[in-house]
Design a protein around this ligand. Structure first.
Ligand SMILES: *[C@@H]1O[C@H](CO)[C@@H](O)[C@H](O)[C@H]1NC(C)=O
Ligand SMILES: *[C@@H]1O[C@H](CO)[C@@H](O)[C@H](O)[C@H]1NC(C)=O
Ligand SMILES: *[C@@H]1O[C@H](CO)[C@@H](O)[C@H](O)[C@H]1NC(C)=O
Ligand SMILES: *[C@@H]1O[C@H](CO)[C@@H](O)[C@H](O)[C@H]1NC(C)=O
Ligand SMILES: *[C@@H]1O[C@H](CO)[C@@H](O)[C@H](O)[C@H]1NC(C)=O
Length: 301
């Protein structure tokens, strides 16, 4: 009995020492096709690699430069308390299905100062993303920032406390979006804050889609079982490439709760001369409106 106790004590001591070793500043300047992300290896020529950050605890990672990586550029999984600063991601060839930064099952991740130019989602947040702070990000082509898609698999963890602030999107296919599957497993996403976002000719600037089904192989008649609540869209300005600038499509059985819109101004800049103003659409949500919502026209709200 006493031995077990001592062994346990030693184990805990060793673990805490090891985690302190991780309490350091790492800098990566990896040019090439992804990186191993151990801070030392330059595996520039490993074309199928991604920058995988897995099971890190308390790291500050500066200046990752990732060029033309396959799949996810930077994949953060099972991490606690890490900071990514001044990250540069560039996929000069349009690589479809390449996410810039993917985060899942991680707690307290700060992404501060990033410049991405890639094919698919700029930053995607999967299940178990908790207390994620994304700030000062500029990007070019791609999909924008998305939470989800959620609810596809049994046992997904909840998404809690996502803040995106000072984020500029240019010519992207989506702006800020949350998506969940119809006929999904049960889950929860709450505390989703998007503020100080600049949209330049973005195709779906603001979108919540609880009927997300890209394959068209879903039972869309059964609503999503992912509950979305405490959402804030604040100070979102700029231009929309499509007339439908804001879509809040929540699930029938679990309407979105406590959704706030504050200071939104999105101007339509598409080619269709018959469109005067950007418009919006909602279902199963009654957002509270604050500040100035100049555009899209909110007649349906
Ligand atoms: C990558 O490939 C180039 C050309 O084949 C070679 O010169 C270079 O040393 C390689 N770099 C690494 C880190 O292996
Ligand atoms: C960050 O990366 C850039 C480009 O690779 C390099 O010029 C700069 O010195 C790096 N900064 C640090 C702090 O390593
Ligand atoms: C927003 O982020 C950019 C860098 O991406 C920075 O230059 C700018 O000063 C930031 N603005 C604010 C208000 O924080
Ligand atoms: C974002 O950029 C602004 C202006 O450069 C800076 O003041 C602010 O501290 C940055 N945010 C973070 C979290 O570093
Ligand atoms: C605006 O976005 C649309 C759709 O992505 C694109 O066809 C068009 O070229 C963009 N306009 C500019 C000025 O970049």
């Amino acid at each position: 009995m006493r031995f077990k106790f001592v062994a346990l004590f030693v184990l805990v001591y060793l673990l805490s020492t090891i985690s302190h070793l991780h309490d350091a500043i790492f800098e990566y300047n990896v040019i090439g096709n992804g990186a191993k992300c151990d801070g030392k290896t330059d595996n520039s020529n490993l074309s199928r690699s991604e920058c995988m950050i897995n099971w890190y605890y308390k790291w500050i990672i500066h200046n990752i430069t990732s060029l033309d990586s396959k799949m996810f550029h930077i994949n953060i999984q099972n991490c606690h308390n890490i900071n990514l600063k001044s990250t540069t991601i560039d996929a000069s060839i349009m690589s479809l299905n390449t996410d810039g930064i993917h985060i899942g099952r991680s707690n307290r991740v700060n992404i501060i100062g990033a410049d991405t130019n890639i094919g698919d989602d700029c930053i995607s947040l999967g299940d178990g993303s908790q207390h994620i702070n994304i700030e000062n990000v500029t990007r070019g082509l791609g999909h924008g920032i998305s939470i989800g898609s959620l609810g596809k698999y049994h046992g997904e963890q909840r998404v809690v406390g996502i803040t995106v602030r000072n984020y500029t999107l240019t010519n992207t296919a989506n702006g800020v979006r949350g998506k969940t599957w119809p006929n999904s497993y049960k889950s929860i996403a709450y505390g989703l804050h998007f503020e100080d976002i600049m949209m330049n000719n973005v195709s779906n600037p603001i979108i919540i889609d609880q009927n997300y089904c890209p394959s068209n192989l879903c039972r869309t008649s059964v609503p999503s079982r992912v509950r979305i609540s405490d959402v804030l869209f604040k100070d979102i300005q700029g231009t929309s490439a499509v007339d439908m600038a804001m879509q809040l499509r929540c699930g029938k059985s679990l309407p979105c709760q406590n959704v706030k819109l504050r200071d939104i101004g999105l101007k339509y800049v598409g080619m269709d001369k018959s469109v005067k103003n950007a418009i919006s659409q909602r279902s199963n949500v009654k957002p509270s409106i604050m500040g100035r919502i100049t555009r899209p026209a909110c007649l349906t709200f």
